[in-house]
Design a protein around this ligand. Sequence first.
Ligand code: ZN
Length: 610
Amino acid sequence: MPQGIAEELIDEIRQRTDLITLVGDYLKLERRGKNLVGLCPFHHEKTPSFTVSPDKQLYHCFGCGASGNAFTLIMELEKMTFPEAARFLAQRAQVKIPERREAPTAKERLQEKVYNINQVAARYYAYCLKSTTAGKQAYNYLRKRGINDETIDLFMLGFAPAGWTGFYDFALKKGAAPELMLKAGLINPGRHKGYYDRFRNRVIFPIFNASGKVAGFGGRTMATGEKEGPKYLNSPQSPVFDKSAILYGLNLARDEIRRSKKVVVMEGYTDVIAAHQAGLKNAVASLGTALTEEQCRLLRYQADTVVTAYDSDSAGEAATWRGLAILQATGCLVQIAEMPEGSDPDSFIRQFGAAAYIKLIEEASPIIEYRLGQLKKRYDLTTDQGRVGYTKEIMPLLISAANRVEQDYYLKRAAEEIGVDENALRSELKRRRKDKNRLPEEQAEQDSAVNLITINPAEKILLSLMLQSKEIADRGRKLIESDYYSDPRVENIFREIWNLYAAEEVFTAEKLINRLSDPQVVRIITAAATDPALQDLEPRTAKRMAEDSFSKLKRAWIERRQLELQRKIRELTAAGQLDQIDDLLRESQHLISGNENNPGRSGEGGDLSG
Ligand SMILES: [Zn+2]
């Protein structure tokens, strides 16, 4: 049950959300018969098995079994809880949700406070940049680097004055507690007593999280020389800031990324700012030399193509390659925009102009192409040693190829480079593929596949039919006893169906899913509700199938019960407790005779198919 959000609102969100459009925000879909299919976002695949039904508003993957509705999709893809996903969808569908009433946790309260003090600080720095004499120098510095007023406002750029307590005094006057400023990483404790500002005499770049809240700051010194400390200074880790899990500019780039399905990843603040100003609105920065796995995860479902535009000297970072390999393995096309030696996006744009830069991004080469070129430069392919090293390094690249055609193409090229038979290379690849082709996620998914719900075919049929017909559901409620279910979770599903019918004549499987949170349960419902063999049946056929399934459920239970009774009778006989056997024998006899009649309890309800 969704905490804090009224059921009517959930209904409204559901009615105003189209699953096809929603899925379309994340992946490409194409029509196949009544449904649409695409590459599954939950497992690595090269042919589409992720199926979305427009009629039912459900999705199901025939590869990994992932399934559900709009709400579960967002929960999974955006890593949200149900209420978060509901809010996300509400905003998208422009449904207003009143603020929740239950108290936020201590952690959430602290985070909210840190965001607030960060916002105060960002405003303070922005004010200092534009309206103080001390800020004039920083402002001129930015203008000289080609950053215009509009961009300064868009990125909320600022200036931290040189004094030791400018911000601290300001915030204190505003009533902020020093401890909070400390937690936010805005001040440092003094050596003897008191506090001093962390950022001093620096141009300030507020770092926003994906939803546009100020999570932290980056400060750049304008001076050169050891005395001024590091060129860049970031906020420390805080309750809302984790440098490795945030992408600078993502809040501004999100719409364009979703529209173009492409993201350009750069290294620093000024690169992103220059790119946005030049019209490249899908640029983000990794705030460090390497792109982390966490950051790749942020991008994974938002773009089909990830272009990296790093400084030429830091493009070789091992961590970046790991991140890119993960992206590539999830079906993303990864490209490298090769910068001329010694230049970064910011300096390139200033030197050659926006158009030249956009062209450079458009002409980015696929990661394999780029890496092969690099390796060729690094190894001397005229020696055995060089060829061995080269072969060893190209293998993971070939394995990560987006598809067979691409793999074959590069395999042939590599074989030519080193002058070996391509079949030799191919069998080496095959050998390595065997132990490497499983993604860590797939491994985890298989590991968690314990404690699976067992639903028998009769239950599955009834689940589907009851969703389609209140009459069959009513009949089920009369006929199915608690003991008949193969798993208590199946019983739970059935009960929820009857509860829904008690409230309304007709409802969808999609609605049912929202009431049950267990992903396995969701999977079972979706599978039953989308099984083509159980759809659009003639009413007579449906009723006949239902009756047949009721009987089967009961018979299965009788068989289980008979075995149990026989076992008990044997035990009691062996123990000589014959006086206790009578009841069991009578029950056993009763089961046998009951089974020959109607599957239902005697006297209740007529047969549907009659
Ligand atoms: Zn899948």
